[in-house]
Design a protein around this ligand. Structure first.
Ligand code: PLP
Length: 404
């Protein structure tokens, strides 16, 4: 993997060489992406869709090329099914509003899982509050896998949507989404996937999976911040109303009322992030050039290597150890029976140049269920190497020695 493309990896932190292991929060960007942003502002910046002049037409073409690229990347049937948003959170909020407006009534049920990020909980809670509906969650078994038997028992005629993480951002575990989609579809219930932690790490094909919606963020997959995607099957997107009003999403506006634009513009009110979409396209091209086979093999190797090394540390507790993961490991370290606070470990690692994330990782219900204040989370990107793991492990041992 070409680390040279990632300028930031040469940075020093507190006088130490940076070791970046916080990719689940956001990934670093290759020069192909940062150059694209510079190029857009330097050469063709202009508002899209509305202008007859050259720059506007170039910018429009680039934005629509990016949409086609995203459609191809996730195996969508058509580019019309790709809505550009600000990110996963924005996508899920948009869906909660639009879908909820039409399809959720008093007493209806929405199902998420016990491992969700707040982004896939709170928008549904807000919707349930508005509509007097009920949010339920699939519980975990003792080994931290999803209790599919319980899920089967939860599906009923009031269930109107299942919205579920593809990969847990805390545990790194890959959820059994194929089975979840099959079981939900047997009862004609649509399924939304939160792909924030899967799309950067594995081939996600929406038609092969047959999911109804998919949300993901550009910044977690080597693209820029402020751009993300909501995919929806055309049949659903045509049936649900826009979540925001403004320019671009309209067909005609009269004092007597407004008619809406066709897909996907109906869901893109205002000036879109056309520089972001162009840079996202470059990130996708970068990932495709490396290839998901190589990415998955590399990240699996790193995860296993790191888990093995961690497992030798006295007092360690690795969550969901040995389960199939997508480049994320969460752990805590106990000194006898008392937990060394993850924040203290994270702070000492930082002083040694190692960036990890500590805390509840925006998944408080899961952390509460585990009965801990948080975890230390290590997460890999395609540019991480075994040497990064070695540096992290020796910095961790030093930190634990100081804190014990
Ligand atoms: N869902 C999951 C599983 C995540 O890990 C994250 C971010 O960490 C999000 C949603 C929210 O993503 P964003 O902050 O890019 O909207």
């Amino acid at each position: 993997m070409n680390r040279e493309d990632f300028e930031i990896l040469k940075e020093q932190v507190h006088g130490q060489q940076l070791v970046y292991l916080d990719n689940a929060a956001t990934s670093q960007k290759p020069q192909q992406v940062t150059n694209a942003i510079m190029e857009a502002y330097a050469h063709w910046n202009s508002n899209i869709h509305r202008g007859v002049h050259h720059l506007s037409q170039v910018a429009t073409m680039k934005h629509e090329d990016a949409r086609r690229k995203v459609a191809d990347f996730i195996g969508a049937q058509s580019a019309d099914e790709i809505i550009f948003t600000k990110g996963t959170t924005d996508s899920l909020n948009a869906l909660a509003f639009s879908y909820g407006e039409v399809y959720i009534q008093e007493g209806d049920e929405i199902i998420v899982s016990a491992v969700e990020h707040h982004s896939n909980i709170v928008p549904w809670q807000m919707l349930c509050e508005r509509k007097k509906a009920v949010l339920r969650h699939i519980p975990l078994r003792d080994d931290l896998t999803l209790d599919i038997e319980a899920f089967k028992g939860m599906l009923n005629i009031r269930t109107k949507l299942v919205s579920i993480a593809h990969v847990s951002n805390v545990l790194g575990t890959i959820l059994p989404i194929e089975e979840i989609i099959r079981l939900a579809h047997e009862k004609n219930i649509p399924v939304c996937l939160d792909g924030a932690q899967s799309v950067p790490h594995m081939k996600v094909d929406v038609q092969a999976l047959d999911c109804d919606f998919l949300a993901f963020s550009g910044h977690k997959m080597y693209g820029p911040t402020g751009i993300g995607v909501l995919y929806g099957k055309r049949e659903w997107l045509e049936k649900i109303p826009p979540h925001e009003g403004g320019g671009e999403m309209i067909n005609h506006v009269r004092w007597s009322g407004t008619t809406y634009n066709e897909l996907p513009y109906k869901f893109e009110a205002g000036t879109p992030n056309f520089v972001g979409s162009y840079a996202l396209q470059k990130a996708i091209e970068y990932v495709q050039k490396v290839g998901f086979e190589a990415i998955e093999t590399h990240e699996k190797e790193l995860t296993e290597y790191c888990e093995q090394k961690l497992n030798k540390i006295e007092g360690i507790k690795i969550y969901a150890i040995n389960q199939p993961k997508a480049g994320v490991i969460s752990f805590n370290i106990y000194n006898g029976s008392s937990l060394i606070h993850p924040f203290d470990i994270g702070t000492l690692l930082d002083q040694q140049g190692v960036a990890v994330r500590t805390g509840h990782h925006c998944a408080e219900p899961l952390i509460d269920e585990l009965g801990i204040p948080g975890t230390v989370r290590v997460s890999f990107g395609l540019y991480n190497e075994k040497e990064d793991v070695d540096t992290f492990i020796s910095a961790l041992k030093k930190s634990v020695m100081i804190l014990s």
